[in-house]
Design a protein around this ligand. Structure first.
Ligand SMILES: [Zn+2]
Length: 423
């Protein structure tokens, strides 16, 4: 353990491009202080707020959208691309890295920072969500979760303590404790039992953290789809000495209005001075809805996954670059976008790349990089704009103006359904 960490420190010190611990807006972190958060501006007409979040690997301006790098890579883009699109923090998945390549190996490469060569802040989730959705679950008790790997069927055991150990080896700036995430819908008794178990696991995770002076630990309030239970979970989790909070168990298939009601039951019960992260939410309209309700941090695989299937965001909604009208389009995907893809290439070229399919590939590989860069930049720019609007006192107008122009994909689908003749 100790030697792995020493190696990690050496690897990281040798890494070029490491970011300064502060950039003048905040004093550097003190020894043993893993994170500092300050609200710098509040919207007078909603819960939206702008903040500064300082981690050992750099400063994050909130609200922030965090690209997801499941296997220690944001699919199809490199760290230089991430810097260029203005990403300030990335998320990686403990569950996937635990199974492959294993946290001990990652530690020998300098932890996640040295392994994936991303010099900025990293957040690792706990794996709870993936265990309960991907792993072939065998047994959950208070003591442990036993499941079968989705890769090879091998039996894997996770405990609140083992997850803290895995995340200490991975070495992210912000780590999350094991939680029990239930699907939607679930029986009320099951939701209550899972929430109470998550609370017990939260206390065990706090007692088991291995690098408290270097890694911030966020608590995970749950509460299923019960507003009273949500509030109770937020109060309980909020009373524990966590450095911030990652709101869990939402965006698991429930209707949007229900998700917002549950978020509204959660946020007011959390300590105001600590950062709030909403796990797994990241469509353009949802980001603004979440910011309005007081969320500081978002992560989602949606922008890169959507990009790979041909769905590209524009100010008016999501377009399908595979469709015939783009064949001859000489302008960029989105004329208002400042990303490398839109500054350099035509929509017609992207259309060609994704349709260049043969036996060996589903579209040219360059397409995946260019499309991912565009969608990530679109969301990061949207959230940067929201932050500027909060500071300028114009967030409600900013949100209204964006939503007036943007048709969310689910609304598009509903409209198509309505227009389709029945019978
Ligand atoms: Zn673009």
């Amino acid at each position: 353990m100790a030697s792995e960490r020493d190696e990690a420190a050496e690897q990281e010190a040798a890494m070029p491009g490491g970011r300064a611990a502060h950039d003048g807006e905040m004093e550097p972190l003190k020894a043993g202080e893993p994170l500092r958060f300050r609200v710098v501006s509040r919207d007078a007409r909603s819960r939206a707020r702008a903040g500064l979040l300082l981690t050992p690997h750099g400063l994050v301006r909130t609200p922030v959208f965090m690209p997801v790098g499941t296997h220690a890579t944001v699919k199809a883009v490199g760290p230089d691309d991430l810097e260029a699109i203005g990403a300030s923090v990335v998320l990686s998945n403990t569950y996937h890295l635990l199974l492959r390549p294993g946290p001990e190996l990652v530690a020998r490469f300098g932890g996640l920072h040295g392994f994936m060569r991303w010099p900025g802040p990293i957040l690792t989730d706990s794996g709870g969500f993936q265990v309960f959705s991907l792993g072939k679950l065998r047994e959950v008790t208070d003591a442990k979760v036993t499941f079968r790997s989705h890769l090879d069927g091998a039996e894997v055991v996770m405990t609140p303590e083992s997850v803290m150990h895995t995340e200490a080896l991975l070495g992210a700036d912000i780590i999350l404790p094991l939680d029990e995430c239930l699907p939607y819908p679930c029986a009320p008794e099951a939701g209550k039992a899972a929430t109470e178990r998550t609370h017990r696991w939260a206390e065990r995770a706090l007692a088991a953290r291995e690098r408290p002076g270097e890694q911030a630990l966020f608590g995970i309030p749950q509460g299923s789809m019960d507003a009273a239970l949500r509030a109770e979970s937020a109060r309980f989790t909020g009373s524990l000495p966590f450095d911030g909070f990652s709101i869990g168990g939402l965006s698991v298939g429930e209707p949007k209005p229900l998700m917002w009601t549950m978020l509204e039951a959660t946020i007011p019960e959390l300590p105001d001075g600590k950062p709030r992260h909403l796990l797994g939410v990241g469509s353009p309209d949802d980001l603004l809805e979440g910011i309005e309700r007081g969320v500081d941090m978002f992560d989602c695989v949606l922008p890169t996954r959507t990009a790979r299937t041909g769905g590209l965001y524009t100010a008016s909604g999501r377009l399908n670059i595979r469709s015939a009208p783009f064949r001859e389009e000489r302008g960029p995907v989105d004329p208002t976008c400042d990303c490398y893809t839109c500054r350099t290439f035509s929509a017609g070229y992207l259309h060609h790349l994704i349709r260049a399919e043969d036996d060996e590939s589903r579209g040219e590989l360059l397409y995946y990089r260019l499309a991912s860069i565009h969608n990530l930049r679109f969301l990061i720019r949207l959230v940067e704009g929201a932050r500027a609007a909060i500071i300028a006192g114009t967030f409600p107008e900013y949100k209204a103006a964006f939503l007036a122009g943007f048709t969310p994909p689910d609304r598009e689908a509903e409209e198509r359904k309505r227009q389709r003749p029945r019978g």
